[in-house]
Design a protein around this ligand. Structure first.
Ligand code: PFF
Length: 450
């Protein structure tokens, strides 16, 4: 395909791409979701399967996705259509971008509600609600929050408005700078918390919960959750990272860049786990507490450390920022598409996207209170969206991308775009895309669904 140009701008350097992609990858998935699904799925063995999924499937698929984005230099929807036409593939392959867009809508709708919890906690923390709080009191404050639909709706609205405002302004202005300050700060504060958790009585137990492997706890469903989470946490399978790849400078190595992003993402998730589980075990709390885990454990930790109110407030602000930098990448693919295809302004596109997603988010708001009794196969509205996107749609998106790059594209075009210098590494990567990733994803999906 002839060299393409992006109409949306480019990241100013390879580092800014790394920062933006890390901003997309690191979010609620690392700090909120990873610990609670690890708790629900029995700990260490689950962590090991998740790490294997990142290394063997996630990283190769991420390289493929970023490369496709950079080759097409448009929104994922148009990129997939243009490349599949150029490669003379069946038009079906051009439609992958559409499925991704739908996943993005679904994910952002519940992501915004949970990010709203973090925003609500900024004020609860700062107001001293958790000063000297026992685990039981922290649990009550959390249940009080999620049982109140008006409050959840208000925070969901605020988070969506901020997200839309940033997407509307484009990625270069503001976002690059905000992430470069916030991400290191978030990491730093996690390390401070790690220092605290290492000194609790529960550290050894927390550590061995995360890193000792009891494979009897692995079921078909937990395999599916681990694989799905590898996709979710790396922002794969729906076009977010493809959209960011479209703004990547031409002369950078995709492989090394992706490895850096994946490593940072993994480290942050593991540190979050090492902070949370010791607090759980030192205070006799429940590891399988579900989505409330982060919000019930950390306030207890903060209530026990010097200047805990300050650190706690800062922590939830940073969680809000981590969520925001991911939310932007969830909205970007569709906004970029609307700008390209409909000729509307970014602001118009972002506003419409925001309204639709905001409406859908109301379902998640209500699933924690008024609608908590309405379930489908035992899952609430929120659980259903989460399961459908992370555990089915994203892995399926990844499978299709792997097959497309592995089988449907001309080898010389693929090689020219990824530019891996080491032929062994290149061949292993290609082999994974052709055989290992599709077969493993298909096996896990089929096994998990049965
Ligand atoms: N990777 C983000 C997280 O871990 O919180 C969530 C996410 C962002 C998922 C973008 C998918 C996506 F396309």
């Amino acid at each position: 395909m002839a060299e393409q140009k992006s109409i949306h701008g480019l990241w100013r350097s390879r580092w800014l791409f790394i920062l933006a992609a890390t901003g997309s990858a690191v979010g609620l998935g690392n700090i909120w979701k990873f610990p609670y699904i690890t708790g629900e799925n029995g700990g260490g063995a689950f962590v090991l399967v998740y790490l294997a999924c990142i290394a063997i499937i996630g990283i190769p698929v991420m390289i493929a996705e970023v490369s496709l984005g950079r080759m097409g230099r448009q929104s994922p929807i148009n990129t997939m259509q243009a490349i599949s036409k150029d490669q003379k593939a069946n038009p079906f392959w051009g439609s992958i971008g559409w499925m991704g867009a739908l996943s993005g809508f679904f994910i952002l709708s519940f992501y915004s509600v949970i990010a709203g919890w973090a925003l609500a906690y900024v004020f609860r923390m700062a107001g001293g609600a958790f000063d000297g709080a026992t685990p039981a009191q922290a649990g009550e404050i959390f249940s009080g929050l999620i049982s109140n639909p008006e409050v959840l709706l208000a925070w969901h609205t605020i988070f969506m408005v901020i997200t839309i405002a940033i997407v509307a302004r484009g990625v270069n202005k503001g976002l690059e700078r905000a992430i470069s300050i916030m991400m290191p700060l978030l990491f730093l504060i996690l390390v401070v918390l790690l220092g605290y958790s290492m000194n609790t009585d529960g550290f050894a137990e927390g550590f061995s919960f995360l890193f000792s492997f009891d494979f009897s706890k692995i079921t078909g469903e937990s395999l599916m959750v681990a694989l799905g989470h590898a996709f979710f946490t790396l922002s794969l399978g729906m076009g977010a990272i493809m959209a960011y790849g479209a703004y990547m400078p031409a002369n950078t190595s995709v492989g090394k860049t992706v490895l850096t992003v994946a490593a940072l993402d993994t480290i942050i998730a593991l540190v979050a786990g090492l902070v949370i589980f010791p607090v759980v075990f030192s205070n006799g709390m429940e590891a399988a507490a579900g989505p409330g885990l982060l919000f019930q454990t950390l306030p207890v930790a903060f209530s026990q450390i010097p200047a805990g109110t300050f650190f706690g407030t800062l922590f939830f602000i940073l969680v809000g920022f981590a969520a925001l930098s991911s939310a932007i990448s969830l909205g970007e693919p569709v906004v970029a598409w609307a700008v390209e295809a409909k000729g509307v302004s970014r602001a118009t596109a972002a506003t419409w996207l925001g309204i639709i997603i905001w409406l859908l988010g109301i379902g998640t708001v209500l699933s924690f209170n008024l609608w908590s009794e309405y379930t489908l196969f035992g899952k609430t509205f929120f659980d259903t969206l989460d399961f459908l996107t992370a555990n089915i749609m994203l892995p399926l998106g990844g499978l299709l991308i792997a097959v497309f790059v592995g089988w449907k594209m001309r080898s010389q075009d693929v090689a020219a775009e990824v530019r891996m210098q080491n032929p062994v590494v290149y061949n292993v990567w290609k082999l994974i895309l052709q055989f290992i990733a599709p077969l493993a994803i298909a096996a896990v999906l089929i096994n998990g669904l049965i």
